[in-house]
Design a protein around this ligand. Structure first.
Ligand code: SAM
Ligand code: SF4
Ligand code: SF4
Length: 363
């Protein structure tokens, strides 16, 4: 397949790097479009209690039909259009992205997308790590360089309770080692902390990854989707997570890598590496949120908490040219005013409609 080349948008004719348009596309709150999350499948082999709880998904949940999923060629075409609009980062997610057959072929297509100056996208993938060992080399060779593995516990019993399918932690720990050996850099590990389930795993996780190149990040449990039975009582605020770490390991704050970075960065004072906290509930970062989400069946969503999306698959499959799709995305982004987490914090918001599930919209 020929590489896709991102076309510069009208008025932006200089040789620009990915994400460095002279006139970025801004939403209604002045936020640029920079970051694309692509959910490549809504299926998963885990039933994490906070994402796809078994009692709901074991009982006839309808997954997207194969013919309704975007093909790799369709995804790559859209990614190329998005790149021409200022997207610099693309993250593949799901569902479990490594369950999509031949995912490395899609990675290859995305790695071929070039901005006018010849630079490529910042391409990353989030996985539960269950089949990462089998896939890591092919993904790396196809052009993926950054990977995030979700791992909520080090203790095997706790880990199996979190994934709720009895998947053993040793396989994921081995896959993380292997990803480092293959050359992924950085490898990040995300741990969602849910009170009553795994807050006792904060220190063991820190101990395990201290002194390794892995960046461990703790995520506040969010009210994503509709099915987890989320309650504020189950949040462990990032401030508490930091206090817990400090009770045993001296750590100090680090500067953000770039304005609006979602993770607050910390490091061990003895050089033992970096830790992050993502405070989606207690310190929302909506004012800097430049993310758009593309679902498995080709709808775009402006926010993780959206209730409706805009169908790009229908534009593609009805034969519309790139310029029509590009204009539709621009118009959609211009009207975006979503800031759900900020409103939740201010308790000002009663949401209408049913929120989209996270495994469908891409976490
Ligand atoms: N299956 C892959 C995985 O688990 O890494 C990718 C998709 S998953 C939806 C993406 C990320 O969302 C994971 O790191 C997961 O822990 C996180 N996540 C899912 N539900 C969440 C929730 N309710 N609150 C916070 N994070 C959540
Ligand atoms: Fe699957 Fe990831 Fe959701 Fe867990 S968080 S159920 S691994 S999609
Ligand atoms: Fe972005 Fe929506 Fe999350 Fe706010 S709540 S940071 S707008 S995805």
């Amino acid at each position: 397949m020929e590489p896709f080349n991102a076309k510069p948008i009208p008025g932006d004719t200089s040789a620009v790097q990915c994400g460095q348009l002279q006139s970025p596309i801004l939403d209604a709150l002045g936020r640029p479009l920079r970051d694309l999350r692509i959910s490549v499948t809504d299926r998963c082999n885990f039933r994490c209690t906070y994402c796809m709880p078994k009692q709901v998904f074991g009982s006839g949940f309808q997954f997207i039909r194969h013919q309704d999923m975007l093909s790799f060629e369709e995804i790559a075409r859209l990614a190329s259009i998005f790149t021409s609009l200022g997207i610099a980062k693309v993250r593949l997610t799901g569902g479990e992205p490594l369950l999509r057959r031949h995912i490395e072929r899609l990675v290859g297509y995305l790695a071929d997308i070039k901005c006018p100056d010849g630079s490529g996208l910042d391409l990353a993938l989030t996985t539960n790590g269950s089949v990462l060992r089998q896939k890591a080399k092919a993904l790396f060779d196809a052009g993926l360089k950054r990977i995030t593995v979700s791992l909520d516990a080090l203790d095997n019993d706790t880990y199996m309770k979190m994934n709720d399918v009895g998947f053993p932690v040793s396989i994921v720990l081995d896959a993380i080692e292997y990803a480092l050996a293959v050359g992924f850099s950085p490898v990040k590990v995300n741990a969602v902390i849910r009170k009553g389930y795994n807050e006792g795993q904060i220190l063991p996780l820190v101990a395990h990854f201290k002194g390794t190149p892995v960046i461990l990040r703790f995520i506040e449990y969010m009210d994503a989707g509709t099915r987890s039975g989320w309650h504020t009582d189950q949040i462990v605020p990032s401030a508490r997570i930091i206090e817990t770490i400090q009770s045993k390991y001296p750590i100090e704050p680090l500067e953000a890598n770039y304005p609006g970075e979602t993770a607050e960065r910390w490091r061990h004072t003895d050089g033992g590496g970096e830790i992050g906290v993502i405070s989606s509930i207690t310190q929302p970062f909506c004012s800097a949120c430049s993310r758009i989400r593309l679902s498995t069946d080709g709808k775009i969503y402006p926010c993780l908490f959206s209730t409706t999306g805009f169908d790009l698959r229908q534009l593609i499959r009805s034969g519309q040219p790139d310029d029509t799709i590009r204009q539709a995305v621009v118009d959609y982004w211009h009207s975006r005013a979503d800031r759900y987490s900020e409103l939740r914090l201010k308790k000002e918001y009663q949401q209408d409609g049913q929120r989209i599930e996270m495994h469908y919209i891409g976490g």
